[in-house]
Design a binder for this molecule. Structure first.
Ligand code: ATP
Ligand code: MG
Length: 223
């Protein structure tokens, strides 16, 4: 049996005192692709935030990439985050510097030294998303889909065991959304990363067959 990348058991997903999902159970195997759906306000982002420790796990059990969510502290949270690739709707690129410098900044923030290895890794991740020729481009010269690809490249830098995508296609047209979704699955397969892809756009889950987990009325279940 492969070890689970995510293992929540009776985990309470909450925003402060407000409980969104009282008992969430979720297991994601290494390399598995999972759609997370549910209408707006159902708690998808709150669940994801609990996984990357932006919200504390106050009740129940949970591990992510081998880290016990109940035993996180200031030292352990960066270690957990380094094993995750997190991508959002609004790209979060630094607009005042080039694509390459965005990636260099992310590498340095996660403990890499300047040099050959770092440059090689940048070339690898840009090649993976098909944008190796844009390393010197400024973000404002990229389309929305291209910016999202750069955000994926950045998410891959540290060989994450889990890619977390929170509404990453929210700003994109339907065709680009599907391309981005296919790319995400391909990157997960090539890099051995599990993917948790959250969206309130139910049509997207027809893009390809994968497990669908739904968040509704304070519950989390397989569809
Ligand atoms: N920072 C916050 N403080 C307090 N409550 C919050 C906060 N963020 C979200 N909530 C509440 O938590 C609940 C779940 O919100 P969440 O953002 O997790 O939903 P979602 O499924 O991601 O929705 P969407 O599809 O719109 O992104 C909502 O009732 C929301 O009002
Ligand atoms: Mg959300």
């Amino acid at each position: 049996m492969t070890e689970a990348v995510v293992d929540l058991r009776g985990a309470s997903i909450q925003q402060g005192d407000l409980t969104i999902i009282p008992k969430a159970d979720l297991r994601i195997a290494a390399g598995e692709f999972v759609y997370l759906i549910g209408k707006t306000g159902a708690g998808k982002s709150s669940l994801l935030k609990t996984l990357y420790a932006a919200l504390p796990l106050q009740r129940g059990q949970g591990t992510v990439a081998g880290h016990d969510l109940r035993k996180l502290n200031r030292r352990r949270i960066p270690k957990l985050r380094r094993q995750l690739g997190i991508v959002f709707q609004d790209f979060n690129l630094l607009m005042d510097r080039s694509v390459g410098d965005n990636l260099r900044f992310a590498l340095r923030a996660t403990g890499w030294k300047k040099g050959k290895e770092a440059e090689q890794r940048i070339t690898e991740v840009l090649t993976a998303v098909g944008l190796a020729d844009r390393v010197r481009s400024m973000p404002h010269t990229l389309s929305g889909g291209e910016k999202q690809r750069i955000a994926f490249a950045r998410a891959l830098l540290n060989h994450p065991s889990l890619l977390i995508a929170d509404e990453v296609t929210g700003n994109l047209d339907p065709e680009t959304s599907r391309e981005i979704l296919m790319l995400m699955r391909q990157l997960g397969q090539e890099h051995g990363s599990a993917v948790l892809f959250a969206t309130h756009d139910y049509r997207l889950i027809d893009t390809f067959q994968a497990r669908v987990v739904k968040c509704e009325a304070g519950k989390l279940f397989n569809v």
